[in-house]
Design a protein around this ligand. Structure first.
Ligand code: AMP
Length: 505
């Protein structure tokens, strides 16, 4: 068999009676049982006529069976394409047209909506529900417990993972066997995962964080995962004492800190808390350590690259930074116009090269050419800088850069000042159209519970540390910031909402 990804993630565990998945009610699914379901799916997919290189689109809720379907795809060479189950049917049609799947697996409640599409576009349709039942599972019940693994080369596609598409339509990142395997191995070793680890898994599994970082790393280490349907503070608090690691987005950690039940004693058996997918406020890092004694380990990655950088496991985990490039991965900061490297301390665009970087965008050669340099560096679209000790700081997305009166303004600098105000719980800064300046800086703040924000006073405090052109022309008070499922603030929605703020200025 020549399918290293299958072998290292799954094949090595054949027959093991140790737990792989633990349901919230404590039911254990051993590696042996999990892999039996996986091979039964592999038979079912093959019998349905789906084969190596075909795409399988998955639009279902999180369940152990979805992970077994992932295993089946890796084993058969079928390209696994997971989608957010929150996507509507209209959104789903875009992914169907783009990825041209041979098979779509959906929740039974959406069957009547997707069936006409299946007829029109000629793909097969099966169901898999949150409880693990459905037509796909039924077809698999009597299939054998072993399957001849299909050979795949390093450069063959394992999955297509769609970007979240906050600007423009989502693009399918083509991730190869080598991309997933190299990244998983590096993270397992760096974060010292082993068979004794039990990962508390509350992330979605249609995204890089929950699927590749959490799941692949656990599989490569032979550890277990407590698989929750989603994040629920009281469930996390109940299950933390049975876990050793948690991976989360920053909102998980702020929610836990808001709960008095989240204590130092509760986390005493934990060995690691990892954060990523959105910026973790330095303040959250500090508060978390004060409360629990643990220093959250922040890392940085993207759909297209999986993980690129991480704070050290052993050394200093520095708040407000995403640490160092991972072993084998090159990170450089360049001038957005010339593409030339710029000195430490200066903000530029982040570019990445390594075995983790995807092959390009599915069916989008022009986008691939635009975002990859001829020498293999991928232009992440993020802005950042190296500090004097080599830690990388993320300064926001390139497209969130505000150009006002000809000056470049990095929202992060202003957000940090706003966040530092006692009356502010959190903030975001956007640029909106302005006749005179091109764009005007607008701050949006969510009040903290303690004090009522006095916007004029905040502006006057900020004016002592910010050049005049960076000062928000307006600061608006909002109840909350719109976030996507991974906790990222959706600045595009805010820019749309406030685009006419200065219309008649
Ligand atoms: P996604 O493709 O959905 O994983 O989103 C990737 C984007 O999330 C990156 O381009 C960054 O803008 C952002 N991101 C991921 N991790 C971090 C982090 N630790 N700090 C700040 N931004 C992050």
């Amino acid at each position: 068999m020549n399918n290293p990804l299958y072998y290292e993630l799954f094949g090595v565990h054949v027959g093991k009676k140790t737990p792989f998945l633990i349901r919230p009610d404590g039911t254990i699914i051993t590696y042996e049982k999990f892999l039996q379901v996986g091979t039964q799916f592999a038979h079912t997919l093959t019998d349905l006529g789906v084969s190596s290189g075909d795409r399988l689109l998955v639009h279902v809720e999180k369940s152990p069976e979805v992970l077994a379907l992932y295993a089946a795809c890796i084993q058969t060479g079928i390209v696994f394409v997971p989608l957010n189950p929150a996507y509507t049917i209209d959104e789903l049609s875009y992914f169907i047209v783009d990825s041209q799947p041979s098979l779509v697996v959906c929740d039974a409640r959406n069957l009547h909506l997707i069936s006409p599409l299946a007829v029109a576009r000629g793909f097969k349709l099966e169901t898999l529900n949150e409880d693990g039942r459905g037509s796909l599972a039924e077809k698999g019940h009597n299939k054998p417990h072993d399957f001849p693994t299909v050979s795949r080369a390093k450069d063959d596609l394992a999955t297509i993972l769609y970007t979240s598409g906050t600007t423009g339509r989502p693009k399918g990142a083509m991730l190869t066997q080598e991309n997933l395997l190299s990244n998983g191995r590096v993270l397992r070793d760096l974060w010292q995962f082993d068979t004794s680890d039990a990962l508390l898994h509350a992330l979605p599994i249609f995204h890089s964080h929950g699927l590749f970082v959490a799941t692949n790393v656990s599989l490569l280490a032979g550890g277990s995962m407590i698989l929750l349907p989603g994040f629920d503070t009281s469930e996390i608090i109940r299950l933390i004492p049975q876990s050793t690691v948690m991976m989360g987005v920053p909102t998980f950690y702020t929610r836990l800190l808001n709960s008095p039940g989240f204590t130092r004693d509760l986390t005493k058996e934990m060995r690691l808390f990892v954060s990523g997918s959105a910026p973790l406020l330095a303040e959250t890092h500090v508060q978390f350590e004060r409360r629990t004694g643990h220093r959250i380990l922040e890392r940085y990655g993207l759909t297209e690259t999986s993980m690129n950088t991480s704070n050290p496991y052993e050394g200093e985990r520095r708040p407000g930074t995403v640490g160092f490039p991972l072993p084998g991965i090159e990170v450089k900061i360049t001038d957005p116009t010339s593409g030339k490297p710029i000195p430490a301390g200066e903000i530029g665009q982040i570019e990445v090269r390594g075995p983790n970087v995807c092959k390009g965008y599915w069916q989008k050669p022009t986008k691939t050419t635009a975002e990859f340099r001829p020498d293999g560096f991928f232009i992440t679209g993020d802005l950042g800088k190296f500090d004097s000790q080599g830690y990388i700081h993320i300064e926001g997305r390139n497209k969130d850069l505000i150009i006002s009166g000809g000056f470049n303004i990095y929202p992060k600098e202003i957000e940090l000042l706003l966040d530092g105000q006692p009356s502010v719980l959190e903030s975001t800064v956007i640029g909106v159209p302005h006749d005179d300046f091109g764009e005007a800086v607008v701050g949006l703040i969510v009040p903290s519970n303690e004090v009522n924000p006095d916007v004029d006073q905040i502006r006057s405090v900020m004016s002592t540390s910010l050049a005049r052109y960076k000062l928000p022309k307006k600061i608006l008070i909002v109840d909350e910031l719109p976030r996507n499922t991974m906790g990222k603030v959706q600045k595009n929605l805010l820019r749309d909402k406030f685009r006419n703020l200065f219309q008649n200025n």
